[in-house]
Design a binder for this molecule. Structure first.
Ligand SMILES: [Zn+2]
Length: 292
């Protein structure tokens, strides 16, 4: 039984200074590629599906996901990313997610607290973790057309982050300190002093969204300054698509679907392996986290 919550899978990250990748995998092809690479390297991994996709997806996918994770040899968390409402979170519970992100970051501070607390109160008795966001990471999820600009005014306020964590009781907190969702416009610059200050005030794991466009050095800095979970989605979609396109062209446009899917899975596994290395992801002994 390797199906764990977000709280469990991030338990040792701060002490041991590593991050666990949270990877967008809303289909069998990517889901299998990510899991197989995690199993090959004996590393923990978080698989995530965005809230807005829930009503479009075949509910049977979640049955497959749950059974596949239970049989996995490594700790795996199934995370609902950016649920926009309480109702979306309740659907996440219904479909068997072990972690929910409620995104009230566009609301006022008080409204964000109220919404997040409601979700925590519903999720906790079910043994499900909750992540929330304070400050706002700019850009739509997966916007890879025009690029998104960083919004300094929406960076997380450290005092608010501390209060928010205490008032809501969330298990992990996403903050804004220089990343954007989707493709980055301009050169990214992480505010590591701000991250240090937030990390000093907040005891729960801190999450970074919108890593596309960052260098490996940026990621290593973010992890060494206390980031526990890093979301990765747009980069995976773009890079696997590019690998498929290049392979099809290299084969005189005669490649057939199974071979194309094989190229996508191979590239996805290489990406995941790279994330494990850059995030310094450590193997987790299930015995240490099972009863937390
Ligand atoms: Zn995000």
């Amino acid at each position: 039984m390797a199906f764990v919550t977000l709280k469990q899978i991030l338990l040792e990250t701060r002490e041991k200074k590593y991050a666990v990748p949270s990877i967008g995998a809303d289909n069998h092809v990517l889901f299998e590629a990510v899991l197989q690479q995690a199993e090959a390297e004996n590393k923990p991994v978080i698989l995530m599906i965005p809230g807005f996709l829930l009503k479009e997806m075949d509910p049977c996918f979640f049955e497959y996901a749950r059974l596949r994770i239970i049989q996995s040899s490594v700790p795996v968390c199934l995370h609902l990313d950016h649920a926009a409402s309480y109702e979306e979170c309740m659907n996440g519970i219904k479909y068997g997610f072990s972690s929910l992100m409620i995104d009230g970051s566009s609301l006022s501070y008080e409204e964000n607290v109220t919404l997040t607390k409601r979700v925590v109160e519903a999720a906790r008795p079910c043994g499900i973790s909750v992540e929330a966001e304070i400050g706002h990471v700019a850009g739509g999820e997966g916007n890879n057309n025009d690029g998104n600009e960083v919004d300094v005014d929406a960076f997380t306020n450290p005092g608010e982050a501390e209060r928010f964590a205490k008032e809501t009781g969330v298990d992990a907190l996403a903050i804004a300190f220089g990343t954007v969702h989707g493709v980055y416009k301009g050169t990214p610059k992480l505010n590591l002093e701000l991250l240090d200050e937030i990390r000093g005030r907040v005891e729960i794991p801190i999450v970074m969204h919108g890593g596309s466009g960052l260098s490996d050095e940026d990621f290593r800095n973010a992890v060494s300054h206390g980031i526990s979970k890093i979301n990765f989605c747009t980069g995976l979609f773009l890079n696997t698509t590019e690998a498929a396109r290049a392979a099809i062209e290299a084969n005189g446009n005669k490649m057939q679907l199974p071979a194309v899917l094989g190229v996508i899975q191979k590239r996805a596994r290489e990406e995941v392996s790279h994330l494990f290395e850059v995030y310094h992801t450590q193997s987790v002994d299930l015995k240490n986290i099972a009863h937390k």
